[in-house]
Design a protein around this ligand. Structure first.
Ligand code: N2P
Length: 351
């Protein structure tokens, strides 16, 4: 051993340049993250601010629906460091082990989150997600192309709006509001209820009221007075009304969906540390406020809400009154009924 020791020391010294060449590189954090978010759902200035402060460069990739996002995470092959799924999709991602648990030690800004949003039932301990934005689903309508106040989903089936209705090309949203209109639970797995909703959606298409099915382009068409009614998320209603004051929004009396989108770290992340830094940055009051102001969606951040002030907190679309929330329900993962949901949507599209 005595003879071996100097030899070992020598070997170590000889290797040292290579080892030291390796060590910093191994410790060095990759200086970029890939953020996988919805279209039109972040103020791009935030990426520059984050990069300036941390040196971490952000690549921004987009998706249109939760279902599309899920498939991309599930198939693997692409690396995403931060993604923004909704409540029911977080449930599904957790069930299928596609998310990394969050290290809350690295997320001190989480404290700014409203207490009621810190323990959502899809992730009661915020173990895998922190809230990003929340809102409702409703009808955006053109007050000059419709008569009187709209307060029912029935308007979207009304023959007088021939070729004037924009439906959302999003399975849960379009089926969800149809189920509400029929008086059924928007998470139903009952085949008879789902078949009734399917028939309603096909009938709506056959009748010719539907001008188009879309997602992000609905707000542009509504702003340009191209349709009388559109199915939208509340934040898109705010953005649209800002650009066209002839538009109004309602959450119909039959009830609707209230949702929370979260920030999560997919299991495939190559830079979870960078991802945590980004998520924490997004929860800073000033950043959350400037982001919410830019995209028009409601912040779950109490401190940011204080910065945004009365103009926002008193806007009933941005901060819906209790009676509106009371008639809304969260989506949940429908598990094995998902096949039925997808089949129905495909049938509607092919009708
Ligand atoms: C904005 C996307 C909003 C997501 N384009 C609603 N859950």
């Amino acid at each position: 051993m005595k003879k071996l020791l100097p030899l070992l020391l020598c070997a170590c010294l000889l290797c040292a340049p290579f080892l030291s060449g390796c060590t910093p590189a191994a410790n060095e954090k990759p200086s970029s993250i890939t953020v996988f978010n919805w279209e039109d759902y972040i103020n791009p200035e935030i990426f520059d601010l984050f990069e300036k402060e941390t040196g971490i460069k952000v690549t921004y990739t987009r998706f249109t629906t939760n279902e599309e996002m899920y498939l991309r995470l599930d198939r693997g092959g692409v690396n995403y460091d931060v993604a923004f799924p909704s409540d029911y999709m977080i449930e599904r991602l957790v069930k299928n082990d596609l998310l990394l648990p969050l290290d809350h030690e690295k997320l001190p800004e989480f404290k700014n989150t409203y207490a009621w949003l810190q323990t959502p039932d899809y992730d009661p301990e915020s173990k895998y997600s922190v809230p990003y934005m929340w809102g409702t689903v409703g009808i955006l309508y053109n007050t000059e192309m419709t008569d009187g106040e709209i307060d029912s989903w029935g308007a979207m089936w009304d023959a007088k709006y021939l070729r004037n209705v924009l439906m959302m090309d999003s399975v849960r949203d379009s089926l969800g509001i149809t189920l509400c209109y029929l008086g059924f639970d928007l998470n139903t797995r009952d085949e008879t209820q789902l078949a009734a909703a399917a028939e309603m959606l096909k009938e709506q298409k056959r009748s010719g009221v539907v001008l188009a099915y879309g997602v992000d382009e609905i707000k542009d068409k509504m702003v340009n007075n191209e349709a009388a009614l559109g199915l939208v998320w509340s934040g898109d209603a705010i953005t649209s009304i800002d650009l066209n004051e002839g538009l109004a929004f309602c959450v119909p009396k039959e009830g609707s969906n209230v949702w929370i989108d979260g920030m999560v770290i997919p299991r495939s992340s190559k830079n979870p540390e960078g991802a945590l830094a980004f998520i924490n940055f997004m929860m800073r009051p000033e950043i959350a406020a400037m982001n919410s102001e830019y995209i028009g969606y409601s912040t779950p951040n109490e401190a940011a809400m204080a910065i945004l002030g009365a103009e926002y907190s008193e806007n009933p679309i941005f901060n819906p009154p209790a009676e509106v929330i009371a008639r809304c329900k969260f989506f949940h993962d429908v598990e094995d009924a998902l096949e039925t949901y997808n089949r129905i949507w495909e049938e509607v599209m092919n009708e």
